[in-house]
Write a protein that binds this ligand. Structure first.
Ligand SMILES: [Zn+2]
Length: 478
C-alpha cells in the first residue's frame, strides 16, 4: 500500500519540480497585505530570488533583475503563505501517510506550512523525509514545521500513542522524544495528574514544548500555568468558564471513578449526562475573563479547530459541506466512513455547545489571547486546505476582523513556532511562502479562497498548475 501511495505521489509531484536555478521572480503592481498589522500597500513590486524575498519596493522604483520572470499582478493581493496548525499527516490504518494525497491540496489552497499533531516514533522518519523533500524542492508540499509525539494515560485512546503510567514513564518518554528530534510532546485526555505534571517538569528541563488537549484531570488554568504551549479544541475551557467549576468538576472526577465499577456505572453515567447542561447554564463572563487573563499572562496559545468542533457537535450544520465540490478530493470510502464516525456527537444541546465554544474563541481574541488557525484534518467533514479557509471565515463570524483572522494563519503561527525571522509576514529577507489573491481578503475573508497563484519556498505555482494538482488528486481518489 505504501509503495503504491508513493508512486502516486511521485506522479503528482514530479512535473512540478522546479529546476534548482529558476530565474528571479517579480510580482509587479501588487497590493501587499503583509500581516504585520500595517495597512495594505498598493502598487508594489516584490522580487523573489531562490526561495527568498529579496526586495519590496513601489513598482515605480522597480529595477528588474536580469533574466527575471515578471508577473503583472495589477488588481491582485499578496498575503503570506497560510498555516494549518493542527493536521494529522499519518493515520493508524494503511496507507499510513496521507501526504501524497494531501500535499497538492494544501498547496493549491495556499497552505504552505503545517504542524503535525500525532507523529509516532515510527512515522517520524517518514516525516523527516517529507520535510527534507519540501525544503530542497523535490516534493511540492507545505513545510512540516513541527512534529508531536502523542502520550496518553493507560490505556491509550488511539493506537500508536505512548501510554504513560507514572512520573517515571513521563520523564523517560520526554527525554527520548527530545533525543530523537521530535519538536513537542502532545498531551492527551486520560493522563493522570502525576504524569501530566511530570511531563511539564521534564519538558521544561529538556527544553521541549508540550501542547495538546487539556487532560480531564487537569483544569484549563492549571494547564496554562504548567506551561502547556497550546490548547487544542478549547479542551476544558468551557468548564473553566463555569461559575460552578469546582463543584461540577468534582462530580465529573468522582463519576469517572464510579464508571469503572459495574455496580455504580449506571448512576455515574446518568450523573455525567447532567454536566453539559450545567456547564452551559453556568457560563460566567467574569470567570471567562479571569481564565483568559491567565492564558494571556502565561502566553498560552489556542487552536480552537472550530471547523472540526462544528462537524462534531453540530453535524447537521456540517453536513451542508457534504455536497460541496471539494469532496471530489476525498475518497468515497473515506466519505462513507465519516457518516458513521464515532466523532459525531448527537446529544441534547450539542449545537449550543458548539455555538458557545465558537463564541469563546471570539471572546479570547478580543481579550488578546493568542489564536492559531488549525483544522484537525484527518477527521470527518474536513478537506485538506479547503477547511482552513472555512476556519478563517468562522473566526470572522465570531467577531475577529479579517486581518486578525489572517494573522491566525500567518504571523501567529510563525511566532508560535519561533520562526518569525523567516516566515509569517511579507517582508524582504523572509522565505518566499506567499499567496496571490484575485480579490481583497480584508474586504471579505472568503476572498482567501480566490487564489490566483501560490509561491511555496520560492516556487511559483500558477492557477493552471494548481488546478492540475487538484485534478490529479481527484483522479487518484476516484
Ligand atoms: Zn487532532
Amino acid at each position: 500500500m505504501r509503495v503504491l501511495a508513493m508512486l502516486l505521489f511521485v506522479a503528482i509531484a514530479s512535473p512540478l519540480t522546479a529546476s534548482p536555478k529558476s530565474p528571479p521572480l517579480v510580482l509587479a503592481h501588487v497590493t501587499i497585505i503583509d500581516a504585520t498589522g500595517a495597512a495594505p500597500r498598493p502598487d508594489m513590486a516584490v522580487v523573489i530570488d531562490g526561495n527568498r524575498i529579496v526586495s519590496i519596493t513601489p513598482s515605480a522604483k522597480l529595477r528588474v533583475p536580469r533574466g527575471a520572470r515578471v508577473i503583472d499582478a495589477a488588481g491582485k493581493f499578496l498575503i503570506p503563505g497560510l498555516w494549518d496548525m493542527h493536521v494529522h499527516l499519518f493515520s493508524h490504518t494503511p496507507p499510513r501517510s496521507n501526504a501524497d494525497r494531501w500535499f497538492p491540496l494544501f498547496i493549491a489552497n495556499g497552505v504552505t506550512g503545517v504542524r503535525d499533531m500525532f507523529t509516532n516514533f515510527d512515522d517520524f522518519e517518514r516525516l523527516r523525509q517529507l520535510r527534507a523533500g519540501v525544503e530542497d524542492g523535490t516534493i511540492a508540499g507545505p513545510r512540516v514545521a513541527a512534529a508531536g509525539l502523542m502520550v496518553d494515560g493507560v490505556p491509550v485512546e488511539w493506537p500508536g500513542a505512548i501510554p504513560i503510567a507514572n512520573a517515571g514513564d513521563a520523564r523517560k518518554v520526554v527525554r527520548e522524544a527530545k533525543q530523537r528530534g521530535l519538536d513537542f510532546i502532545k498531551v492527551y485526555d486520560s493522563l493522570s495528574r502525576d504524569s501530566y505534571f511530570a511531563i511539564a517538569a521534564a519538558a521544561k528541563k529538556e527544553r521541549i514544548a508540550f501542547a495538546g488537549h487539556v487532560p480531564g484531570a487537569i483544569t484549563a488554568a492549571e494547564a496554562s500555568k504548567a506551561g502547556q504551549k497550546s490548547i487544542e479544541h478549547l479542551t476544558r475551557v468551557l468548564m473553566g468558564c463555569s461559575s460552578r467549576e469546582a463543584e461540577l468538576d468534582g462530580i465529573v472526577q468522582n463519576a469517572r471513578t464510579a464508571l469503572r465499577d459495574p455496580a455504580t456505572r449506571e448512576a455515574a453515567g446518568k450523573q455525567l449526562a447532567t454536566i453539559l447542561p450545567a456547564i452551559l447554564d453556568s457560563f460566567s463572563e467574569s470567570r471567562a475573563n479571569a481564565l483568559f487573563a491567565t492564558f494571556r499572562e502565561q502566553h498560552t496559545w489556542h487552536v480552537p479547530t472550530l471547523v472540526h468542533l462544528r462537524s462534531k457537535y453540530d453535524p447537521d450544520n456540517a453536513r451542508i459541506t457534504v455536497d460541496m465540490p471539494n469532496l471530489q478530493y476525498v475518497a468515497a470510502n473515506e466519505r462513507e466512513a465519516w457518516k458513521s464516525d464515532r466523532n459525531v456527537v448527537r446529544r441534547p444541546r450539542a449545537q449550543e455547545l458548539y455555538a458557545r465554544m465558537a463564541g469563546v474563541a471570539g471572546m479570547m481574541s478580543k481579550a488578546h489571547v493568542g489564536i492559531l488557525a488549525g483544522t484537525d484534518v484527518g477527521n470527518p467533514y474536513l478537506v485538506p486546505g479547503f477547511s482552513l479557509h472555512d476556519e478563517l471565515a468562522i473566526f470572522v463570524e465570531q467577531g475577529m476582523t479579517p486581518l486578525q483572522a489572517l494573522q491566525t494563519a500567518t504571523r501567529n503561527p510563525a511566532r508560535f513556532l519561533g520562526l518569525s525571522d523567516s516566515l509569517g509576514t511579507v517582508e524582504a529577507g523572509k522565505l518566499a511562502d506567499l499567496v496571490l489573491l484575485d480579490a481583497d481578503p480584508l474586504a471579505d475573508i472568503h476572498n482567501t479562497q480566490r487564489i490566483a497563484a501560490v509561491i511555496a519556498n520560492g516556487r511559483y505555482f500558477s492557477k493552471e498548475t494548481l488546478q492540475k494538482m487538484l485534478d490529479g488528486v481527484a483522479a487518484a481518489v476516484r
